[in-house]
Write a protein that binds this ligand. Structure first.
Ligand code: PEP
Ligand code: MN
Length: 360
């Protein structure tokens, strides 16, 4: 895969959004009626939101849910654009959606989680977008925590010559997710950042949380973790929304949240932070040196066991060691689960090194 094109994706800029300020995209999960779409958009515009979202074609996991108003919603989006001057965004999942949205002058197309996970659909979408480099395309993460699917979808758009590309982290739809609707697995968008260092990556706290009470906390967390902005579902009457009712908030609630969000600088306070980082570097050097010493003792033990024809793994000794280490770690304020993972990894590597000696 030619990684270079993801590396070259530049940050998105939108009219009216200051450079460096978080990009806020807000609007209903779905456009339901002309009035709901326009009233919600007017209220959002009045609080300073510059980018409006509304799903017209809604991919429902189960048939029978609200599947969107389809092409009927396009003139409503055009009216939002005309009346408020906001940039408008909708979800596309098929070639027909892309054609209809482009014909209607929709500025931002986003690819939903169910579509990102489907390389055939992604390629079809990329093919019809070829040559439309004025359009912005946002790619939500796939339903399952597979970074390559996400990267692949973005790469297909790059290969089609698009330059206005961004990503939206909406969490992963996994069974057994306890608090939130979707499991955030933050390390995956962090990894994405490594592959596309300048690309705009937004967070969708509405779909991650699944409940309106979580929107503020997740939004703050996302900004603190370096996301470039937020996509938040807003409805003028969330309780009666036809889809994702529990997670939508009113424009007023959004205003209060935006007023309270703390925007932290990405620039480190040089001296203090440099000193603290130096301490971390020192700790890491020490840790690595101790690990190397421990492995060398392990190999010594391995040679001893080999000479006396003893087994490499002695379960009783292992249990004893783990128990003692967990107790010691607890006194030091280290979390049990963490200590267990670290000690197990170290033990496994010791065993591997001793087994290597047995092969000689
Ligand atoms: C949405 O944004 O309304 C939507 C359907 O999102 P996702 O693809 O993240 O489920
Ligand atoms: Mn939704």
């Amino acid at each position: 895969m030619p990684q270079s094109s993801l590396q070259q994706i530049q940050p998105l800029r939108f009219q009216g959004v200051d450079d460096g300020a978080p990009i806020v995209i807000a609007g209903p999960c779905g456009a339901e009626t002309e009035q709901q779409t326009l009233d919600t958009a007017r209220a959002l515009s009045a609080i300073g939101v510059k980018v409006f979202r509304a799903g017209i074609w809604k991919p429902r996991t189960m048939p029978g849910g609200f599947e969107g108003v389809g092409n009927n919603g396009l003139p409503w989006m055009q009216a939002v654009k005309r009346e408020t001057g906001m940039v408008v965004a909708t979800e596309v999942a098929t070639v027909e959606h892309v054609h209809a949205a482009l014909d209607a002058g929709i500025d931002i197309l986003w690819v939903g989680a169910r579509t990102t996970a489907n390389p055939f659909a992604m390629q079809d979408i990329a093919d019809v977008l070829n040559g439309h480099d004025d359009v912005t395309v946002l790619v939500k993460n796939p339903l399952n925590p597979d970074l390559d699917l996400w990267l692949g979808a973005l790469q297909r758009l790059c290969n089609a010559g698009l330059t206005r590309i961004g990503a939206v982290h909406r969490g992963f739809s996994l069974a057994g997710t306890h608090i939130y609707r979707n499991d955030p697995q933050w390390h995956i968008p962090f990894e994405l950042r490594r592959h596309a260092p300048h690309m705009t990556i937004l967070c969708d706290p509405s779909h991650i949380g699944g409940k309106r009470d979580y929107v503020e906390h997740l939004s703050q967390l996302a900004l603190d973790m370096g996301f470039d902005g937020l996509m938040i579902e807003c409805h003028y009457d969330p309780d009666n929304a036809l889809s994702d009712s529990a997670q939508q908030i009113t424009p007023d609630a959004l205003k209060s949240i935006l007023d309270r969000l703390v925007i932290r600088s990405s620039r480190p306070i040089e001296d203090e932070l440099a000193l603290l980082r130096q301490q971390i570097d020192d700790c890491d050097h020490e840790l690595l040196a101790v690990l190397a010493r421990r492995m060398s003792v392990s190999r010594e033990i391995g040679r001893f066991k080999k000479a006396r024809n003893l087994r490499v793994v002695q379960p009783a000794r292992y249990q004893e060691v783990i128990k003692a280490r967990l107790e010691e770690a607890a006194h030091l304020g280290l979390q049990e689960e963490f200590t267990q993972v670290v000690m197990q990894a170290i033990h496994e590597e010791s065993v591997r090194q001793q087994l290597d000696l047995f092969k000689e």
